[in-house]
Design a protein around this ligand. Structure first.
Ligand SMILES: Nc1ncnc2c1ncn2[C@@H]1O[C@H](COP(=O)(O)OP(=O)(O)O)[C@@H](O)[C@H]1O
Ligand SMILES: [Mg+2]
Length: 226
C-alpha cells in the first residue's frame, strides 16, 4: 500500500477556509471518507493526486509532494469522479479505454490487450464498439473506473462514485471497487459501501471529527448530524 500523508493541511476558496489543519497518515487498503455536504471531503480527496494543492501544509504520496511532483503522483494515484460523463471522452467504449494509455509508451498490441482485459473484467466485452453514451449509468461508472485502472495506478481515489446511480448500479460499482487489488479511498454518502473497510475518516467543517473503524465511525457521524 502507498503511504499518503497530510501534514497541517489548510485550504480555502477566497475568504472561506474549507480545510483547517488536517493531519492524516493513510496506509490502509480500504479507506472511507464521510461527512456532511460542504464539509471539505472533495477538497481533501482532490489533494491526494494534486488536482488541488494546499494553501498551507503538505500532502505526500510515498514521500512525493503532490504540489511539486504532481506528474509522478498522478501516475500512482487514479481519480474517479462522481459523474462518469465528465471522464468519458471517446465515442466508443474500447476507444475510451485505449485513450487512457495514449501517453503510456505502450505498443498497440499491449494497449489492445489491456483494453480487452478491462472489458472482460467489467462485463463490457460485448460493448467494446458501442457508443459510450449509450451505456447505463452503472456501466458508465465502470468504464470510468476501468479507464483509471487500465493505467495500473497503486491508489484509486473515488469521489462519491455511486451518488448518481440507482440501487442496482450502486451494487455493481461497489462490487467493482471491492474487487480492486489497489488501495482505495472512497468519499461516499452510501454508508453500506463502507462494510469491511479498514478505516473511515469523518470530516466535519474542514477538520477530522472521527477516525477509526466503520463500526465506530458511522455512529460518530450520525451523532454529529444530531
Ligand atoms: N472551487 C471552489 N470555489 C469556491 N468554493 C468552493 C469550491 N469548491 C468547493 N467550494 C466550497 O468549499 C466547501 C467544501 O467543498 P467540498 O470540498 O466540495 O465539500 P464536500 O465534498 O464535503 O461537499 C463548500 O462550501 C463548497 O461550496
Ligand atoms: Mg464533494
Amino acid at each position: 500500500m502507498s503511504e499518503i500523508v497530510f501534514t497541517g493541511v489548510r485550504h480555502g476558496y477566497g475568504e472561506r477556509t474549507v480545510l483547517r489543519g488536517i493531519d492524516l497518515r493513510l496506509t490502509e487498503r480500504r479507506i472511507g471518507v464521510i461527512g456532511a455536504n460542504g464539509s471539505g471531503k472533495s477538497t481533501l480527496a482532490r489533494m491526494i493526486n494534486g488536482l488541488l494543492t494546499p494553501d498551507a501544509g503538505t500532502v505526500t504520496v510515498d514521500g512525493l509532494d503532490v504540489a511539486r511532483k504532481g506528474g509522478q503522483v498522478r501516475r500512482r494515484v487514479g481519480f474517479v469522479f462522481t459523474d462518469p460523463d465528465t471522464q468519458i471522452v471517446m465515442p466508443t467504449v474500447a476507444e475510451d479505454l485505449a485513450f487512457s494509455l495514449r501517453r503510456s509508451g505502450l505498443g498497440k498490441a499491449e494497449i489492445a490487450e489491456r483494453v480487452r482485459e478491462i472489458l472482460v473484467r467489467f462485463g463490457l466485452h460485448e460493448h467494446g464498439d458501442h457508443p459510450s453514451h449509450l451505456l447505463s449509468g452503472g456501466q458508465k461508472q465502470l468504464l470510468a473506473l476501468g479507464a483509471v485502472l487500465i493505467r495500473r495506478p497503486e491508489v484509486i481515489v473515488a469521489d462519491e462514485p455511486t451518488t448518481l446511480l440507482d440501487l442496482r448500479n450502486t451494487g455493481i460499482v461497489a462490487a467493482a471497487l471491492d474487487s480492486v487489488d489497489q488501495q482505495v479511498i472512497v468519499v461516499t454518502h452510501q454508508l453500506s459501501l463502507l462494510t469491511g473497510f479498514d478505516r473511515v475518516v469523518v470530516i466535519d467543517e474542514g477538520a477530522v471529527a472521527f477516525d477509526g473503524s466503520p463500526e465506530n465511525a458511522i455512529p460518530a457521524y450520525r451523532a454529529l448530524i444530531g
